[in-house]
Write a protein that binds this ligand. Structure first.
Ligand SMILES: [Zn+2]
Length: 245
């Protein structure tokens, strides 16, 4: 007998005012889960034993039948195993998140930035030929092609996100709809869509365009018009390889 365990980890979430006091899970349209619930058997199980912090690492161990009192030594060794990082019995492993802290308050758990390596990974969907063709285009056409790639990237980051872009004399104005980070209940001091600004700039830089992106206005920081970004493209970077003939 084989089992499939599907864990909608954290899906319950908290009741929200904008959903009339329902949780996102209660408000969601989930016909298939409803059917499984109606035709199956329901019950509750305690997956986090006393004395343990309630987290996915402990709960998943319990679900899989490993007693966390015996096997749980923290989250980091599990994440290392997931990435096939070999550890010896005497190794000590840490798991780190980059965060943004303003006045001793954590404003962003993901630091609002994106590295070259991440941008490269996100660009992995584009075939090497497509990338070569785009990199061989003259600056103006290349900017348009790179912005189209950036637009697809915004959509891919989160299904509800869209970027509406307008390009005028080397400056792209971007109207960001449904930013993943900006639907916050309290007004933030900092704009929270910096992630998108740096992601878009990185995409353009990957196509050897000199690009600088800024958040003009952010809904999370009280912006009335939503989240607006501006990207200035000031030419082709010097290390540009010769364009294919
Ligand atoms: Zn924003």
């Amino acid at each position: 007998m084989k089992y499939a365990i599907i864990i909608p980890d954290g899906a319950a979430d908290e009741p929200l005012q904008e959903l009339n006091g329902k949780t996102p899970f209660e408000a969601a349209n989930i016909p298939n889960m409803d059917r499984i619930a109606m035709e199956g058997r329901q019950g509750t199980a305690r997956t986090v034993p006393d004395g343990f912090e309630s987290g996915s690492d402990v709960a998943t161990m319990c679900l899989l039948g490993y007693d966390p009192k015996v096997y749980h030594t923290g989250r980091a060794p599990l994440e290392a195993a997931a990435q096939s990082i070999p550890l010896s019995a005497t190794d000590w492993v840490f798991r780190c998140n980059l965060v943004t802290v303003v006045d001793d308050v954590m404003k962003d758990h993901s630091s609002g930035g994106i590295s070259d390596a991440e941008a490269q990974k996100l660009l992995g969907d584009l075939s090497p030929l497509e990338r070569r063709i785009i990199r061989a285009l003259p600056a103006a056409l290349r900017t348009r092609a790179a912005l189209r790639t950036a637009r697809a990237l915004v959509r891919e980051t989160y299904p509800g996100s869209r970027a509406i872009m307008r390009l005028k004399r080397g400056t792209a104005s971007i109207d960001l709809r449904g930013s993943l980070f900006c639907e916050v209940r309290e007004t933030s001091i900092l704009p929270l869509c910096g992630f998108y600004a740096s992601a878009i700039a990185r995409v353009l830089q990957q196509f050897a365009l000199r690009a600088d992106a800024q958040v003009t206005e952010c809904r999370a920081a009280g912006g009335r018009k939503g989240c607006l970004l501006s990207v200035v493209v000031s030419g082709i970077t010097a290390d540009e390889p010769a364009a294919a003939a």
